[in-house]
Design a protein around this ligand. Structure first.
Ligand code: CU
Length: 93
């Protein structure tokens, strides 16, 4: 069986600028590894991050004071972002 790279679903989200609340749910497909979600203006530029979330668990993660624009979120587990566990948030006025 081929290894399926972990990813965010959806990986493109939109929200109003200001305070954005992320709800993260870990739905394993094979591997039971933990994941997290880091967030910033671009990848590896951390503005905020969630805790690590275990299989079948969830977390709530809030980022405040976002201006309209495009931001990136990614998983900080080694190799995950490089293999596509990355997403985009677009904030609108
Ligand atoms: Cu991950």
């Amino acid at each position: 069986m081929a290894w399926e790279a972990p990813r965010f679903a959806p990986d493109q989200v939109t929200a109003k600028a200001g305070t954005v609340v992320f709800f993260i749910q870990m739905s394993p497909r094979g591997s039971l590894a933990d994941h997290n979600m880091a967030f910033g203006p671009k990848i590896y530029k951390v503005l905020a991050r969630s805790s690590f979330v275990r299989a079948y668990k969830s977390a709530v993660f809030t980022v405040e004071g976002l201006t309209p624009g495009t931001y990136t979120f990614w998983c900080e587990v080694s190799g995950h972002a490089a293999n596509g566990m990355v997403g985009t948030l677009t904030t609108t006025p």
